[in-house]
Ligand binder design. Structure first.
Ligand SMILES: *[C@@H]1O[C@H](CO)[C@@H](O)[C@H](O)[C@H]1NC(C)=O
Ligand SMILES: *[C@@H]1O[C@H](CO)[C@@H](O)[C@H](O)[C@H]1NC(C)=O
Ligand SMILES: *[C@@H]1O[C@H](CO)[C@@H](O)[C@H](O)[C@H]1NC(C)=O
Length: 438
């Protein structure tokens, strides 16, 4: 049996201004039904911790538009690489992934990452369609240690590949070809910067293509043409759906998956809504963050930390919602060297100081990190999962609106482990351009 589709609302989350909200007290009580426990919170998870910091570093560039990447794939590939390094190279890699709580507990970050990768495979085909690949390319490098190759493949799905003897153009062609296959045949955007792999360069590459399957479809009949108020105003196809929940049979505890959570968050700086929508079979969910007013995401992003987001998600409670989302694809190709360096990964790039002695015992003065590349694509479409749908037609009552006609941030989290599979933003939706005064 599949979980019902309950709906929950996060009411006025006071981050600094503490105040109650009328709708909190009017929350209806439902008969006690065992609610599935919520996924582990973002705080303490290495993929969230790295993901949010990387995202903020990316967004400090004004040129960043519609970024999307997989924190889980970057984190697990860097974890694998950390296993092949020593000295400050290793400690800087470790620092990227360590969270305050894992540091305190002295816990390894390898197990949660490796576990999350397994969990994804399990959810693939039911909660979403996913293509995901990770590779470590090496350029004219000394032979890679068998033990390292085996461990990184088995635990972190990081396969080793050699770049050919050709020039940087040939390398680029090889990388793009690999990414295309990793994206299930989709052509990624060109890399934003040239890749100049010197002899001894190691290049981490991740490719991920994701399409979530909803618990109920957004039907064709309920789509129409509307305006998306992004960087440019464009005409797009919007899909609408009432997320109906008969309160009946739903235990309105906080934001466990299998719930839709919408919230109005009030901080001293910004109002925004947070909505968590479970995907088919509840093995993953989509979390959307939408500023209350039409504006760019800049103000929201300045506030966004993993601690804050955890708090917001925790406060989420239940309510009926109508959701309107643009049909869109968010696709990006990123080179993360600058961002990772800004987060403290400095030694790995330098041939003279990098220490990848676990990758190869002949690495000295040669092996170094030459790039960390991401190809990712997220499709927002209306489809639901296939199979027995045990959802009743319900009376929605007075639903709250979640009308995403302006830029929002999107996350996909794995239910079983809580890991952050994907994170991105829709700043601009493709469509016929409209004039601002409309
Ligand atoms: C997900 O399933 C599809 C179809 O079975 C398969 O092609 C793809 O490789 C799977 N993805 C992952 C990451 O296992
Ligand atoms: C979601 O995760 C929770 C906690 O790990 C688990 O108890 C529950 O069964 C999961 N739900 C699904 C549908 O996998
Ligand atoms: C997104 O991409 C998919 C597959 O490439 C395509 O079928 C779909 O029409 C695209 N959606 C939009 C809104 O462009």
């Amino acid at each position: 049996m599949l979980p019902r589709l309950p709906v929950c609302i996060l009411v006025s989350l006071p981050v600094l201004l503490v105040q109650g909200d009328a709708s909190a007290s009017s929350k209806k009580k439902s008969p006690p039904v065992p609610a599935s426990p919520p996924p582990p919170p973002p705080v303490g998870d290495p993929s969230w911790s790295l993901g949010l910091r990387l995202y903020r570093a990316l967004r400090s560039e004004s040129s960043s538009v519609n970024p999307v990447f997989s924190p889980l794939l970057v984190a697990s590939s860097l974890e694998a690489l950390g296993g092949g390094s020593s000295g400050t190279t290793a400690s800087q890699l470790r620092d990227l992934l360590t969270t305050p709580s894992s540091a305190k507990a002295g816990a390894s970050t390898a197990e949660p990452l490796s576990g999350a990768l397994k969990s994804l495979t399990n959810a693939n085909g039911s909660s979403f369609h996913l293509h995901a690949s990770s590779a470590l390319f090496s350029k004219q490098a000394p032979p890679v240690s068998q033990a390292f190759a085996k461990e990184s493949q088995a635990k972190f799905r990081l396969e080793h590949r050699s770049l050919g003897k050709g020039d940087s153009k040939a390398d680029l062609k090889q990388l793009h070809g690999w990414a295309r296959a990793g994206l299930g045949g989709l052509d990624g955007a060109p890399l934003p910067a040239e890749i100049q792999a010197k002899a001894g360069a190691l290049i981490v590459a991740n490719a991920l293509r994701f399409k979530g399957l909803w618990q109920r479809e957004f039907s064709e009949e309920s789509t129409d043409q509307r305006t998306f108020l992004g960087k440019k105003y464009t005409k797009v196809t919007m899909m609408h759906r009432a997320v109906t929940s008969s309160w009946n049979g739903f235990n309105p505890t906080l934001s466990s998956l299998g719930q839709v959570c919408i919230g109005t968050l009030k901080t001293w700086k910004i109002w925004c809504k947070i909505l968590e929508v479970p995907l088919w079979a509840g093995k993953a969910s989509v979390v959307l963050l939408l500023p209350f007013h039409v504006e760019s995401l800049a103000r929201l992003e300045k506030l966004l930390t993993v601690e804050l987001l955890s708090k917001w998600l925790e406060k989420a409670s239940v309510m009926s919602v109508t959701i309107s989302l643009p049909k869109a694809n968010i696709t990006s190709t990123l080179s993360l060297q600058k961002e990772l360096s800004a987060l403290g990964l400095t030694d790995a790039w330098d041939q003279k100081v990098a220490d990848f002695s676990g990758v190869s015992d002949k690495s000295k003065g040669k092996l170094h990190l030459g790039g960390v590349l991401q190809w990712a694509s997220l499709e927002l479409a209306g489809e639901a999962g296939k199979g027995e749908e045990n959802l009743e037609e319900e009376d929605v009552g007075k639903p709250k609106l979640f009308y995403a006609d302006h830029p929002f941030i999107i996350f996909v989290r794995d239910n079983a482990t809580g890991a952050l599979l994907l994170m991105g933003a829709l700043d601009h939706a493709e469509g016929e351009a409209l004039h601002d005064e409309l």
